[in-house]
Ligand binder design. Structure first.
Ligand SMILES: Cc1cc2nc3c(=O)[nH]c(=O)nc-3n(C[C@H](O)[C@H](O)[C@H](O)COP(=O)(O)OP(=O)(O)OC[C@H]3O[C@@H](n4cnc5c(N)ncnc54)[C@H](O)[C@@H]3O)c2cc1C
Length: 469
């Protein structure tokens, strides 16, 4: 029996035999309400993927080449914000003035078969990149766990996957072209305009609009991903070994339970075959079990843990195998909201234990699994991994449930561990505090930013709050 069927049948059993009628306890939709209505005759509202950020841009531009991009930047009025795929949870793209979409700036510009570098237009979606690079014998060394973002949006925010030997995607950039609000097109690399290059490797869309990036890739490779279930304390106790022995390791901690799901990804071996399939609705199923087993006052979460343990015992691992760009990405069809902080790698397990204990002791209602990953240090000025190996811990909430109050409780824990927020995810840190956690290059970045955008045309209220003390 597949794992999902098993959970569902266990839920059904629990519902009828143990708990009596539980109608109404599960199965709620997780779609957020549209934050802004569309009024005919008025400009079209813009909404991010998660449905928690919205705006009504008066002017929208979708340049198809660098000339059109420069022209758009020259005529754009008010606050200008570039937008990729709208997959950030934070208000990094919103403006009621001028929005510049990179949707038409796509495709492979050139590639070098010797250095394995490729130049790609910044609006190219990550899910288009694999199929573009494969025919020229290249592949990205690592990717995030879903592939909907644009390259420009991902690199603006130091987007990352997992793996102690892999840095964020921004660290694999060797050159880029930046269109500024002044109407210049600046070519940058470690040798040419090095300060702008350094700042632009993770820039939260605050320097201009990047038209193309040159990426350091590697030869194509195939991967096998194995998804299992384990006791969370066993995983915590063996974390170093799991990270060292696998090309990529991550786990999803299941709050209110003693379990986690593990994801190990390695180079495909002969004979590896797929088993089962990805379940994009898995977190909703888990929610159903959570709600069905924890609603009775006084029962606590022991029944939930028991039901999950029963459901998962004896199930087989789910295996995905194939070209790297296919295996790295997963469908993410269910809406949720997310806060992610990076804490120093060596504090990751302790921090996660405290988060799990706090969710349970305070009854925070965060039952969505918590993603736990490692990323290697880099030297990019505003990367969350600048100067330190990082452990990224991602807290999620279902799209129809309140996230602000529970996230606020967990955010205090992240601050205690010196956490740095993911620029594209929900957080409440502002400039003065952020300057403290980026002590080496905060000022360097802002000198470049002010030189390129002296009047703050790119500053919406969110960027002002995070960048202007
Ligand atoms: C379901 C889901 C799963 C996710 N998984 C991961 C994950 O595994 N790892 C991870 O690190 N993050 C993850 N994220 C976060 C997300 O990938 C990032 O926030 C990413 O930056 C979004 O890319 P985008 O193209 O949607 O950019 P947008 O959200 O549209 O924009 C992000 C920023 O980039 C700027 N920008 C975009 N294009 C350009 C350009 N060409 N030039 C200049 N500035 C530009 C925008 O102004 C904005 O500041 C996930 C998000 C979702 C919704």
């Amino acid at each position: 029996m597949k794992r999902r069927q098993f959970i569902q049948s266990t839920l059904a059993l629990g519902a009828t035999a143990t708990l009596g009628t539980i109608a109404g306890c599960g199965g709620r939709g997780s779609e957020p309400q549209a934050p802004l209505p569309f009024n005919p005759g008025q400009p079209l509202p813009w909404t991010n993927w998660a449905g928690n950020q919205a705006c009504v841009p008066q002017w929208r531009y979708a340049p198809a080449n660098e000339d059109e991009l420069i022209s758009a930047l020259k005529v754009a009025q008010g606050v200008i914000r570039p937008v990729g795929a709208g997959h950030s949870f934070s208000a990094v793209t919103t403006t009621d003035d001028s929005m510049i979409s990179t949707d038409l700036l796509t495709g492979l510009v050139s590639h070098d078969p010797v250095t394995l570098q490729a130049t790609v237009r910044a609006g190219t979606r990550l899910n288009a990149l694999g199929p573009l690079l494969a025919p020229v014998n290249q592949a990205l060394p690592n990717m995030p766990d879903m592939d909907y973002p644009s390259l420009g949006g991902a690199l603006a925010n130091a987007v990352h996957g997992t793996g102690v030997d892999f840095q964020s995607m921004s660290a694999y950039v060797t050159g880029l072209k930046l269109a500024t609000v002044g109407g210049d097109l600046v070519t940058c690399s470690a040798e040419k305009n090095p300060d702008i290059f350094q700042a632009a490797l993770t820039h939260v869309g605050a320097l201009g609009v990047v038209s193309e990036y040159t990426l350091q890739n590697q030869a194509p490779f195939e991967l096998t991903e194995v998804n299992g279930i384990a006791k969370v304390e066993d995983v915590f106790d063996n974390m170093e070994q799991l990270c060292r022995e696998n090309r990529h390791f991550e786990c999803y901690l299941v709050p209110y339970s003693t379990l986690c799901s593990t994801v190990t990804t390695n180079i495909r071996q002969p004979g590896d075959v797929a088993v089962g399939e990805d379940d994009p609705d898995g977190a909703n199923t888990l929610r159903g079990v959570f709600e069905a087993t924890t609603w009775i006052p006084g029962i606590g979460s022991d029944l939930y843990d028991f039901v999950l343990s029963q459901a998962f015992s004896g199930t087989t691992d789910m295996v995905r195998t194939g070209p790297s760009h296919v295996v790295f990405g997963h469908p993410r069809l269910m809406r949720f909201r997310e806060m992610e902080y990076t804490v120093p790698a060596e504090l990751g397990v302790t921090c996660a234990r405290e988060i799990l204990a706090t969710i349970k002791s305070k009854g925070l209602g965060l039952s969505f699994p918590i993603e736990f990953r490692y990323v290697k240090a880099d030297d990019i000025w505003l990367s969350m991994f600048e100067g330190q190996d990082g452990c990224t811990i991602s807290i999620h909430q279902y799209g129809d449930l309140d996230y602000k109050a529970p996230f606020a409780e967990i955010e205090k824990i992240f601050w205690k561990y010196g956490g740095r927020p993911h620029w594209g995810k929900i957080h409440t840190m502002t400039a003065a505090a952020l300057a403290q956690i980026y002590p080496r290059h905060w000022q360097d970045f802002h000198e470049v930013r002010r030189a390129l955008d002296p009047t703050g045309k790119l500053m919406n209220s969110h960027l002002r709050s995070i960048f202007e003390a």
